[in-house]
Design a protein around this ligand. Structure first.
Ligand code: GAL
Length: 677
């Protein structure tokens, strides 16, 4: 269990370094990430490297028993680079250049940027690949974080090459994108631009490919650095830091390329249920690479600087969220950053060592956490034993995020809401790609899987045949992987198992986002509500009592005589029409839900489906501000509520070895138990 943070010694006079390592030892720090934004310090000009200071820092850390996760420093080219090679600067969709003076000012597909980054990483690994202090390599930083999409000429050249490789011929591209529509037909790859601002809606197939291209391009940068590190003979794990349910990067595709998954998470202290969004991303990180404990690479010790209001964390909240990460599979807990910066944009962002020094609550909590983590027993692997999985796909998200649908829904907010519905009930859940390994799950929930590839459909179908229960919810299986309709209407790919098809989507006036809803950090969102004369919801009566459906009330055609109608709409235009259907195929069942339930409805429906599938909560703890999770044979219970919680739970306290017959938890209190009952 490593403990530490981002260490940026280049911002400090060397005399501070001595105090840094002394305090690191006091805090129980075992590993720090060094050099993440140090390109300008390491390479003051092209061809010139200054290693002395970095040698001294790394040696100093090593002498003090602190390992280094060495950043490759490629996240921000210095001004000398972008001044000498302005063509490496990125552009927005209007063609405006994004200049240096902040960070991340480079076009990911720029050959010059890539050459400079290669030179830097090559020089770094030549020097430190075999340094005994180096325990991990972290390439770049949060790929795509600020620059989600680049529309520069570099991007145009690379996008065309990517498309040529994907389609082979222009005819195939024109066919896939349907360019006969609106006279969009291309006669040369050189006519294609990276989806820059246009007078009106861009081609959906083109937009989807541009998002695929962007994710692939960023991944290419990671792979380029990783391969340089590997080629040097370095044997440490190589990784980069993810950002939860980050829209532009398909982490399903990225994960196999990383040795270990790292995540950055900044739960908002102003949101009383931000622990749910945090649980969502932690479950996602665990699911991206099962069996390898993931690294919480960044979190804040206290407040951040980039929200409109940056509330401090409540006493104990930082430790509770750290233990949540451990309980959900993390093997290392770290912060941005070690010492608060005196200058620069992040001077108000908390650090492990605050401006106000060590006589502070932050420092006490930082040292307490170090002590706690040091005393944790070996928790072994990461397996939660979840029997429920949520199947989601970045490609479905990208296609849904494009304009021109019967109604706007926000997949990036809905997937966390389905997770929250299960989380509120202490039902454990993993995430899976719809074409991924579903064996081991009793229930797979595929919410709003708008785009389904043939491969995903075959996989989900196979899961049902072999005895799994599949719950598919509204606006699923609408298009193929070119964002085009299949022959035969909607729900064609999953028709064998669903036995129903949507005739009309029945868009409803969207709900006004509920206050205090679920939050997935920065990725959660709300759908803007345009009120109108139409219906804004449709009630559903079924085996889970009445549920309120929103966004869509789909009119279903029942196509297979074996389909059973389990619930019907009980209000509005579709009163009496099927709202939830069931069909058996092989040894399993598939349910289709023709609407999107509100939060309470999601809770009821998932409760019903879990019970049908024989899945029970980890423990019977009916307090929604208390979270119960499992890692191997250890159950962790955390109270995020403002009130103390007394729970009728028994077990053996992992910390003390004592038998407990009930559990009392103060706000942000937590306990780890074996044999929990
Ligand atoms: C992250 C970034 C860090 C730091 C942090 C502040 O996105 O990787 O360098 O800026 O945010 O919260």
């Amino acid at each position: 269990m490593h403990y530490g943070g981002d260490y940026n010694p280049e911002q400090w006079n060397e005399s501070v370094w001595q105090e840094d390592v002394r305090l690191m030892r006091e805090a129980g720090v075992t590993m720090v990430r060094v050099g993440v934004f140090a390109w300008a310090r390491i390479q003051p000009e092209e061809g010139v490297f200054d290693w002395d200071w970095l040698d001294r820092v790394i040696d100093l850390l090593h002498e003090n028993g602190i390992q280094v996760s060495l950043a490759t420093a490629t996240a921000t080219p210095p001004p000398w680079a972008t001044t000498a090679y302005p063509e490496m600067l990125p552009q927005d969709e209007n063609g405006s250049t994004l200049w240096h003076g902040s960070r991340q000012a480079y076009a990911p597909s720029s050959p010059v940027y890539r050459r400079l980054a290669r030179d830097l990483v090559t020089a770094l690994v030549e020097r430190y690949a075999h340094h005994p202090a180096v325990g991990m390599w972290v390439a770049n930083n949060e790929y795509g974080c600020h620059l989600n999409y680049d529309y520069s000429d570099n991007a145009a050249v690379a996008f065309r090459a990517w498309l040529k490789k994907k389609y082979g011929s222009l005819d195939a591209l024109n066919e896939a994108w349907g360019t006969m529509f609106w006279s969009q037909r291309y006669t040369s790859f050189d006519e294609i631009v990276p989806m820059r601002l246009a007078p009106y809606s861009l081609n959906p197939g083109g937009l989807l490919d541009f998002k695929r291209f962007t994710s692939d391009t960023l991944l290419e940068l990671f792979v380029m650095e990783r391969d340089i590190i590997r080629a040097s003979g370095a044997t440490q794990p190589v990784t980069t830091n993810f950002m939860g349910f980050f829209p532009p990067a398909d982490y399903w595709k990225w994960a196999p390329e990383l040795d270990v998954i790292c995540d950055d998470n900044y739960a908002d202290p102003n949101d009383p249920v931000s622990f749910r969004g945090a649980a969502f991303t932690r479950d996602l990180m665990r699911s991206l690479k099962k069996d390898v404990p993931w690294v919480l690479l960044e979190q804040a010790s206290n407040d951040v600087n980039w929200r409109p209001t940056n509330a401090p964390k409540a006493p104990g909240q930082m430790q509770a969220l750290s233990m949540q990460a451990v309980a959900r599979g993390a093997g290392s807990i770290n912060f941005f950053q070690w010492r608060q910066s005196r200058r620069g944009s992040e001077r108000f962002h908390s650090g492990m060592v605050p401006h106000a020094g060590t006589g502070t609550r932050t420092w006490r909590e930082v040292t307490d956490l170090g002590e706690t983590l040091k005393n944790l027993p070996d928790l072994g692997g990461t397996a939660s034993g979840a029997k429920i999985a949520i199947a989601f796909d970045w490609e479905a998200r990208w296609a849904l995020d494009a304009p021109d649908h019967p109604g706007e829904i926000d997949y990036g907010a809905l997937i966390p809401r389905w997770h929250a519905a299960l989380h509120r009930q202490q039902l454990l859940v993993d995430f899976v790609h719809p074409a991924g390994d579903l064996s081991g799950y009793d229930l797979v929930i595929a919410p709003h899987l708008y785009l389904v590839s043939d491969e995903s459909a075959a996989n989900l179908t196979g899961f049902v045949r072999e005895g799994g229960d599949l719950l598919v919810a509204a606006f699923s299986d609408v298009v193929d992987d070119a964002d085009a309709f299949r022959e035969g209407g909607f729900q064609v790919a999953l028709r064998d198992v669903l036995g129903v098809a949507v005739e009309e989507f029945g868009a409803l006036v969207p709900p006004v986002a509920a206050a205090g809803g679920t939050s997935a950090g920065d990725t959660g969102g709300t759908v803007s509500a345009v009120r109108g004369p139409g219906e804004d919801h449709a009630d559903v009566d079924g085996p889970f009592a009445a549920v309120r459906g929103e966004f869509f009330a789909e009119q279903l055609q029942v196509l297979d005589p074996s389909v059973e109608v389990l619930a019907r709409f009980s209000s509005g235009r579709l009163t009496g029409e099927p709202a939830l259907t069931a069909k058996r195929t092989g040894a399993g069942r598939a349910w289709y839900l023709a609407t999107i339930p509100d939060d309470d409805g999601m809770r009821r429906i998932t409760q019903w489906a879990a019970a049908e599938s024989g899945v029970s909560p980890v423990l019977d703890v009916p307090n929604e501000m208390v979270e119960v999770s499992r890692r191997g044979d250890v159950v962790t219970i955390i109270n995020y509520g403002a009130e103390s919680a007394r729970l009728a739970v028994s077990g053996t306290d992992v910390a003390t070895g004592a038998a407990v017959s009930s559990v009392d938890l103060d706000p942000y209190g937590w306990i780890m138990l074996r044999d929990a009952r």
